[in-house]
Write a protein that binds this ligand. Structure first.
Ligand code: SAM
Length: 344
């Protein structure tokens, strides 16, 4: 291009190709490439193609793309053929039934987030979520109108939440010592993945998962085999119904979804439930105080839900208006950060 090495726009070139890399990961997950390679390693493109019911040529290209992205390993057999295996990271995080699998979340990205982001210009022009343009249906409340009307879409969403909750919960539950709280309520706690891990880490803690009836109806499907009786489920709407009594309220990936008005409504309700000394654990991606990153938060905001991303001091101001003081803060380096508030 006539420019010297330093001038070459590496970052821009990476961003130009970034969407192809994401889609290659999504397609490999959706086609269960990592799953067939976990059953038998060292498969040729033809063998993968037969098992995932795809073309040999397409599979060969997708496998090589995955090798180049560090998701698969390739070696050459004695007969000169290339064979492919999962990397250690793919075995842990991309095989659908591995304990920390992100498979569920990746399918959500492929089937829901990707179509929404393909209308990003319209989202920016109109300042609205593009659900209707992408899926042909209006949605006032993303959960009740978009995700929970169809059983199949609801399960996909629940699987997505379950998979990222499992990856992030240990770092959140151990961000600070929460053992002084004996009862907790996971508000919008979905499948109970977080609740279960909290009871594992805090043997004296009981957790009530509070979520919409449509979600609670499916919670049985997500319970671990060694489930304990310290996790219980209560169905309700956190804008309309009373919340279960608890010493600690967990709000994981809840506040960023809603308008300021609804956030105040929810915090007001929480504040009335809480006695002095009760806690609220906010788990969100925290913006840095200069509001320049992390880009994960700003990119998530582009899905244009009615809510917004905040920094720790913005959460502190917000919860302060409802009588909560920030006592602990941890950047976990995981998917979500944690801030603990205590009622004055
Ligand atoms: N807290 C979970 C986590 O971090 O994995 C799930 C977060 S998910 C983004 C939001 C959750 O809030 C969903 O499980 C959804 O069903 C629940 N939710 C949405 N609106 C609700 C309402 N009005 N009342 C109760 N739960 C609601």
């Amino acid at each position: 291009c006539g420019c010297n090495r330093e001038e070459f726009p590496h970052k821009i070139v990476d961003l130009m190709d970034g969407f192809k890399a994401s889609k290659a990961l999504f397609a490999a997950c959706k086609l269960n490439v990592f799953d067939v390679l976990s059953v038998s390693a060292d498969l040729s493109p033809k063998e993968v193609a037969e098992r995932v019911k795809a073309s040999e040529e397409g599979s060969a290209r997708l496998l090589d793309a995955c090798v180049s992205l560090g998701l698969l390993e390739r070696r050459t057999r004695d007969d000169g053929d290339h064979v492919y295996s999962n990397t250690e990271e793919a075995s842990r995080f991309l095989v659908a039934d591995s304990p920390l699998s992100l498979h569920g979340y990746i399918l959500h990205c492929n089937d829901l987030v990707w179509p929404l982001f393909s209308h990003l210009e319209s989202a920016v022009r109109e300042g609205t979520n593009q659900y209707e343009r992408a899926f042909g249906k209006k949605s006032e409340d993303l959960f009740q109108d978009a995700y929970y009307k169809k059983e199949e879409v609801k399960l996909r969403f629940m699987n997505a939440m379950h998979s990222i909750a499992k990856v992030s919960v240990k770092d959140l539950a151990t961000a600070f010592d929460l053992s002084m709280f004996k009862t907790a309520c996971d508000v919008g706690g979905c499948t109970g993945a977080m609740a279960y891990e909290f009871t594992q880490i805090y043997p004296e803690m009981s957790v009530t998962v509070f979520d919409l009836p449509q979600v609670i109806a499916m919670s049985d499907r997500f319970q671990p085999k060694d489930q304990n009786d310290r996790v219980t489920f209560v169905a309700g709407d956190f804008f309309k119904d009373p919340l279960p009594k608890a010493e600690l309220y967990i709000l994981a990936r809840i506040l960023h979804d809603w308008s300021l008005e609804k956030v105040h409504q929810l915090l007001d309700k929480l504040s009335k439930e809480c006695n002095p000394g009760s806690g609220v654990l906010v788990c969100e991606i925290l913006l840095d105080e200069e509001q320049r990153g992390p880009s994960r938060a700003f990119l998530q905001a582009l899905s244009m839900t009615e809510g917004s991303q905040r920094s720790a001091s913005q959460y502190t101001l917000l919860l302060g208006q409802h009588g909560f003081t920030q006592t602990h803060l941890k950047h976990t380096n995981n998917l979500l950060d944690a801030v603990l508030f205590v009622k004055e």
